[in-house]
Design a protein around this ligand. Structure first.
Ligand code: 9PG
Length: 445
């Protein structure tokens, strides 16, 4: 770590603003002395924060992006990765004796921004510069979706999806894409083997397209679960530690998770087979999830950096899906610039307002809103922001507030209730949120 900025501040008015590593990593501003949001259960450090970054609890930590706002009308200092799509330095800040000291473990740019709009305005102007440097095209508006996850979770059945396809016709809801989430597949890593709850996966997607809607699918293409056939048959496809054991990609679905080596020729061929098969089923919307796994540090077949391995994995998928819509989730944010149509910018929404264990990377309305607000500047620049789905059924705590958040910060608009669960308010709210278009930007540059 080397010192990159020393900013004289009044500790009573100053805010340090952190941007976390991936979609689910809490990202927000803190008053000096306020402790930042961190993992409660260490198993979430790998899956929801940057695995290799382990800041002390009282040190502010941004992954490639951090800002200091003096809070007295003076300029905001933005400290950002010099080349965010190549390498993402860890940036740390702490207060001592009238100064905020900022250090980084790689190349950063320090921008003193005295434009309008506070931290979001300053971030937006930095993002505009990145867009110009990389000559990124303007993101296209996203289609509207219905997603199976937030009603049915991993228990989803083919009949559940059919029921909702029928209801969206009957209710005349403006859903462009029916996106089947986690649960159609037998195991994490075995994307072409259906779970027992689905008799005919390609047949289901055919029914979706025949009814005039687009077909969407969820995968976690860079994860391999310990129970999967891929793990049993192809242990050599995994990212490794120096001692040859596979690198941990976290723990979920009651199993250990590992990372697919996106530079291994056979793994590359497997991903090609999976995504060309999906295309042959008529799928043209892909939610690729838990993709932090491809950016974990470790040994790979090719000697490339973790960020290069990540980008080559996403580019590979992109090359097999043509101009299908690509939505990232559980995705390192800065390494994803220029690769996605839309991006989940937050932790998951949940029927609960607060997360069970207090960790704001875990599903909850509070965590989802936290990042949706603090990453508003990205929308319309790097991609379309996905604030997570509309859930509007009566058992969702404080559902009016969630609908307001999606109305204000939702670029991608998706519904994820069982449509038979909606009361009048829920149905009207869903219809309204799916019918109104997001503005080009949420934050002016
Ligand atoms: C499917 C879901 C949905 C959801 C995604 C993602 O263990 N965890 O910390 C954890 C975080 C997020 C998560 C699941 C587990 O949700 O964001 O929309 O697709 O996967 O499994």
């Amino acid at each position: 770590m080397r010192t990159v900025a020393e900013i004289s501040v009044d500790p009573d008015t100053t805010t340090v603003h952190e941007q976390g590593w991936q979609s689910w990593s809490p990202s927000t501003g803190y008053r000096i002395g306020e402790l930042p949001h961190r993992w409660v259960d260490p198993t979430h450090r790998i899956g929801c924060y940057r695995a290799e970054s382990d800041p002390a609890p009282d040190v502010y930590n941004g992954e490639g992006l951090l800002a200091v706002d003096p809070g007295d009308g003076g300029p905001v200092t933005v400290i950002a990765a010099a080349s965010p799509t190549t390498s993402v330095p860890t940036i740390r800040a702490s207060y001592s004796d009238g100064r905020v000291l900022v250090s980084a473990d790689g190349d950063v740019v320090v921008r003193i921004d005295d434009g309008p709009g506070g931290v979001q305005g300053a971030y937006a102007r930095w993002a505009d510069q990145v867009v110009r440097d990389l000559s990124l095209p303007e993101p296209a508006p996203a289609p509207t979706t219905w997603c199976s996850w937030y009603q049915y979770f991993t228990g989803v059945t083919e009949a559940d999806v059919d029921l909702n396809i029928g209801l969206m016709d009957e209710l005349d809801l403006p859903v462009d894409v029916v996106q089947v989430d986690d649960g159609y597949q037998e195991e994490i890593g075995d994307w072409l083997i259906p779970s027992g709850r689905f008799a005919d996966v390609p047949g289901l997607f055919k029914r979706i397209t025949e009814r005039g809607r687009r077909a969407g699918i969820w995968t976690a293409p860079f994860l391999v679960g310990a129970r999967s056939r891929t793990f049993a048959e192809h242990p050599d496809w995994l990212v490794r530690n120096d001692d040859g054991t596979p690198v941990s990609a976290g723990h979920n679905w009651k199993q250990d998770l590992f990372a697919l080596d996106t530079t291994h020729p056979e793994a590359v061929e497997y991903l090609r087979r999976v995504f060309t098969t999906f295309s042959s089923w008529g799928i043209d919307f892909h939610k690729i999830d838990f993709i932090y796994a491809a950016a974990l540090p470790g040994l790979r077949y090719e000697d490339v950096s973790a960020v290069e391995a990540y980008r080559s994995g996403v580019e590979l998928i992109r090359s097999h899906i043509g101009d299908s819509h690509l939505l990232g989730c559980g995705a390192p944010q800065l390494p994803s610039i220029g690769l996605f149509d839309s991006m989940r910018v937050s932790a998951d929404i949940a029927p609960e307002f607060l997360p069970g264990n207090g960790d704001l990377s875990q599903p909850s309305q509070r965590g989802a809103v936290l990042n949706g607000v603090s990453r508003a500047f990205q929308h319309g620049r790097f991609w379309v922001n996905d604030p997570d789905c509309v859930v509007a059924r009566p058992d969702v705590e404080r559902r009016e507030e969630w609908a307001e958040h999606v109305a204000r910060f939702g670029g991608l608009r998706g519904s994820s209730d069982g449509l038979d669960q909606l009361d009048e308010w829920g149905l009207e709210t869903t219809r309204r949120l799916l019918s109104t278009k997001a503005p080009k930007h949420f934050i002016a540059g």
